[in-house]
Design a binder for this molecule. Structure first.
Ligand code: P6P
Length: 340
């Protein structure tokens, strides 16, 4: 007889699995064929495979670089390449995806001609942190494939057309944060069961937060407005809840996850070195913006909503500022040169 009164009960007795959650969501979708659920479950499998390798990276000799450089001229980490291969293989085998785009693929790639979906992903975000055991992640987004002719440019859509987005955090635990347009939900991997269980449903980003997250090392190359915002958030003003605390991991997934859960603001603005910003619109900014807006937060390039911007190519860069509604509004006022 299972002791159901003890403080810890096996998740199977208390938790909805990711797969059950997806299937429950399908009940409200007339004409659902199961293709979407199958694609999401394929992504969950890919995350579990990547997670296993990330956890054993130091022992499996997969730290370090492959010796190659990617389309961005960045050195490719062995785990980047591995994660990319896993995602490409699992998504293609699902048979549900017509086009994929990845940070590690020079061009978007046709998959299954009759696939109903298109997937963009950053296979292993934050890879510069891999070798020092700092949280890294996988980011993905899903569009519905257009009727008729589908090509590798079909993915270049505004984020408002996304039907789902999510990320995995390979941190102290492994979690998936997912939205299919009905709120944002967090699932945590139970390694003993090899299954993701619903851990925090209906995540909401607080309207204000206590922390700001930006690489202050870029201060000298920011615009005057952003420099003034950076000084503002560090100033002392009890009535305005200032100064804000500074938190910066250097992995978008980790910094965005903290901001989503606790509020505050994350910013990677344009600067003299990165005139368009550093982060990628299609597979970093759009999915994070979709999730943030689903959770009641905001995501902007400093002027426009991220979800309204159309990528010109799969690797187009964009300034990314996301987080609590009120904190992002203040940032935008400084960026526009008109702080209150
Ligand atoms: P910087 C990691 O390399 C990454 O692509 C994002 O995950 C992260 O937010 C950003 O770059 C960090 O960049 O210039 O502060 O090291």
């Amino acid at each position: 007889m299972v002791d159901t009164k003890s403080s810890f009960r096996p998740p199977s007795l208390v938790g909805t699995t990711l797969e059950e959650h997806i299937l429950l969501g399908m009940r409200g979708a007339p004409g659902a064929t199961g293709d979407f659920a199958s694609l999401l479950n394929a992504l969950s499998l890919a995350v579990r495979i990547i997670n296993a390798r990330v956890r054993a990276a130091g022992l499996a000799g997969v730290f370090g670089y492959t010796g190659e450089t990617n389309v961005h001229g960045e050195q490719v980490q062995k785990l980047d390449e591995y994660a990319n291969e896993v995602l490409c293989t699992v998504i293609e085998r699902s048979g549900r995806c017509a086009v994929i785009a990845s940070e590690e693929l020079a061009e978007a790639r046709m998959c299954n001609p009759d696939g109903n979906y298109m997937v963009a992903f950053d296979p292993l975000d934050g890879s510069s942190n891999i070798d020092v055991n700092v949280s890294i992640g996988t980011i993905f987004s899903i569009f519905r494939a257009p009727e008729g002719v589908v090509s590798t440019t079909s993915l270049l859509r505004p984020g408002r057309e996304l039907i789902a987005a999510g990320y995995a955090v390979y941190g102290s635990s492994t979690t998936i944060v997912l939205s299919t347009g009905q709120g944002v939900h967090e699932f945590t991997l139970d390694p003993s069961a090899g299954e993701f269980f619903l851990s925090r449903p209906n995540l909401r980003c607080p309207t204000r937060g206590k922390t700001y997250s930006i690489n202050e090392g870029n201060f000298a190359s920011w615009s005057k407005g952003i420099q003034r915002w950076s000084q503002f958030v560090k100033s002392e003003d009890k009535a305005l809840g200032l100064p804000m605390g500074h938190r910066y991991v250097g992995s978008l997934v980790a910094d965005a996850h903290r901001t989503l859960l606790k509020g505050g603001i994350f910013a990677y603005p344009a600067d003299r070195k990165n005139a368009e910003g550093k982060l990628r619109l299609l597979y970093e900014a759009q999915p994070m913006a979709f999730l943030m807006e689903q959770a009641g937060g905001l995501a902007t390039d400093g002027v426009r909503d991220i979800l309204d911007i159309v990528p010109t190519d799969p690797h187009a860069k964009v300034p990314l500022i996301l987080g609590s509604h009120d904190d992002v509004k203040v940032y935008k006022e400084f960026a526009a040169g008109s702080p209150t």
